[in-house]
Design a binder for this molecule. Sequence first.
Ligand SMILES: Nc1ncnc2c1ncn2[C@@H]1O[C@H](COP(=O)(O)OP(=O)(O)OP(=O)(O)O)[C@@H](O)[C@H]1O
Ligand SMILES: [Mg+2]
Length: 498
Amino acid sequence: MEPGLGPQVESFREARRNLEASVLPLATSVDGRRFSFQASLYGLQLPVGGYVVLEGDGTARLGQVITVELDRLSTDVLLPGHTGGAPENRTQVQVRLARGEGTILDGDPAPFHDALVRAATGAEVHAWLQRSARRDAKLPLGTLALAGDVPCLADAGGFNRHTFLCGQSGSGKTYSLGVILEQLLLETGLRLVVLDPNSDFVRLAEMRADADPALAGRYQDAARGVAVYSAGTPGSRRLRLHAADIDPATQAAALHLDPIADREEYAALAEFLAGEQQPTLETLAASGNPEARRLGLRLRNLGVDRFGVWAGAEPGSVLDAVHDQGARGVVIDLGSLPTHEEQSLVAAVVLGDLWRRRHERNPVLIVIDEAHNICPAQPPDQLVAAAAEHAIRIAAEGRKYGLYLLVSTQRPQKIAENVLSQADNLVLMRLNSLADAAFTKAAFSFVPPSLIERSVTFRQGEALIAGKISPQPALLRFGARISEEGGADVPATWAAAR
Ligand SMILES: Nc1ncnc2c1ncn2[C@@H]1O[C@H](COP(=O)(O)OP(=O)(O)OP(=O)(O)O)[C@@H](O)[C@H]1O
Ligand SMILES: [Mg+2]
């Protein structure tokens, strides 16, 4: 290095440091709704989704940061000469700073210029939430991720829209879904029907030993109305169906019957179903109609007659509970059924029956965990297609009859597009790819894309919540469960150091 250049490089660095540190945190809004801001990168505390206070013109507004980016601008600096030879030198310097945009949540709706920006305190965010609270019940789901210990309160009334819960495996969907269901039980009168493919909610009515004692009594009361239907449970809570309760199209789907390709057998089935007696293997085998005998063979070959889900001589079925307005929650333990066919059959029958009786207009939240198995984008067989069709119909038209969906899955593209496109609420947990984030952005265009992108950085239990349940999108950390989790993750004791 030339003599004297070292001190000049140091002068350059110092000049740049001073310039970068002196960028004022200032915000401007031309419409009073959105704002643009700049800030120094030193001590930057304005993360995407975080809350800020904008102070100027003698007033303070509360805002939320929606984007933050690194920006650069060039300016000239004059570097002093140094003994040892380096002359005075004018040079260009790139000043790096943060720039971003946000929405104004509260305060004077007039445009403003050069308001000072600072991170809001938890108390300021809390005060705003209390001011803007609607009369609907509030569901404390956890804490806001970027505002200290401020509780995140979802609007219970927003569950009168369909809700989409998404996140990669292990992101905490099922755990968090449990938190939502517990709060709905505690704080609202909304009935729940849960299609539970992994037996995760079979202990929804059982308190954890470490549950908040203040809630324990209330929860016990609320959960008393939860009925769990499992295949292995003896007595009235056995998960069972009567063939007579199943509509002909779903029966045909269970028998892999195509109305065109298998028209004769299909007609024989329709004829039997129109009669007084349910067809049994015996009646079919003894029938004079060769198509009926063929139907009997089909039934036996597919093993449909051996399904454990048939009620047989036992009265009643799970459908009674689904429509029993006295039952606050019905957990349908699909995970207890031994075959995929039986799981799909029960899902199709329950969804079909809820739709069939829609005119009764009894509000119910239909919860479908692992929804890609029940209403997938590409159904693998007729039975799943039947279940998906019912879900799609409920997604499109159920709302006006009080049929609200809450569907949960790992990737947005795995569920039927016509279900996804009808969701007005989003609970987004960690996604493992930007491709999934891009898909979610397209499906939920009302949510700022930069907030959705943040999901790839979420830790377990963190989520973005948006829509009618949270008119201002919020980043939250789900709180602790009150009830026991069901199907536990496989323990990782095999990985313990030896
Ligand atoms: N907020 C939380 N606090 C404590 N434990 C949690 C939390 N969220 C998730 N877990 C635990 O992490 C594990 C995985 O969570 P969970 O089963 O909810 O994930 P998931 O997203 O439903 O995964 P999958 O898609 O595979 O079903 C579970 O053992 C659960 O108990
Ligand atoms: Mg799960």
